[in-house]
Each structure stands twice: as C-alpha cells, then as structure tokens.
Design a protein around this ligand. Structure first.
Ligand code: CO
Length: 137
C-alpha cells in the first residue's frame, strides 16, 4: 500500500530555530512553508530526495501539536506514507478493524489529501496516509 515515505514530522517549539539548525548543520534548505489553520500548526518542509522532513510547530495553545509538546516534548511526531489513494488506504485500515483518527480523507498541506491512523494499535507511531493531489473525497 505504501509507495514512498512522504515525510517524517518533527514537533518543535521554535520553527525558526529548527530551520536554522537544519541549515547550519546540514545545509538543508526549506522548500515549502505553510500554515495549516485547521490543524493549528505551521510547517516547514525540507526536501530529502523525494521525501521531506516536516518541521511542525503549534500556532495556538489548543493545537494537538501544542498538547503533544507539553506532554512529550520535542521530537518525532508522525510518519507520512504516500499511497495511491488515501480513501482506499483508509478504508483498508478500517475494514481490518483498526482505529483511525480521521473517518474520511481531508486536505493536507501542498495540496495533498491525507488521513491519520490511530497510534494506539500502530505500536505508538502516528501514521499519516498521504495522497498527492486533492482529487479523491
Ligand atoms: Co504530516
């Protein structure tokens, strides 16, 4: 079902400081930045081959990422896997009886379509299903 790793998401308190770190230490530059109001986050995407490092920081105190940072501190937040069809992948997870966070696909950043699988049965890792483009609903 997975075709590629789309991104590895890292929750950070200070997006500017994290961007500076990746630039100064690894020479890695930000290719895309976006505020996703519905998720209460700002992201900076650093391209690594065909995948991204997604630096993620909250824009409000009630953002899920703000709660995550308060509880667990900075670090790995989720892994996004590319799939051909987010709707089909999500339906496959649900049909096998596993919990999902999203009931149906929704818009992600960069014009993608995304849905999250619950980490409780996924060995503690929040999994995001990412479809390029926003065609399927
Ligand atoms: Co993501």
């Amino acid at each position: 079902m997975f075709t590629e790793i789309d991104h590895v998401a890292i929750a950070v308190n200070d997006l500017e400081a994290a961007k500076r770190y990746y630039l100064e230490v690894f020479g890695a530059t930000v290719e895309h930045e976006e505020v996703i109001e519905s998720d209460g986050v700002a992201e900076a995407l650093i391209k690594v081959a065909d995948s991204y490092i997604q630096l993620l920081s909250p824009i409000s105190e009630d953002s899920p990422v703000a709660k995550y940072l308060a509880k667990r501190g900075e670090g790995l937040h989720h892994v996004g896997y590319r799939v051909a069809s987010c709707a089909d992948a999500l339906a496959a997870v649900a049909s096998k009886g596993y919990a999902t966070i999203d009931e149906k696909p929704r818009p992600g950043s960069r014009g993608t379509t995304v849905a999250f699988v619950h980490p409780k049965e996924a060995f503690g890792t929040l999994i995001e299903l990412v479809e390029e483009g926003s065609t399927s609903h």
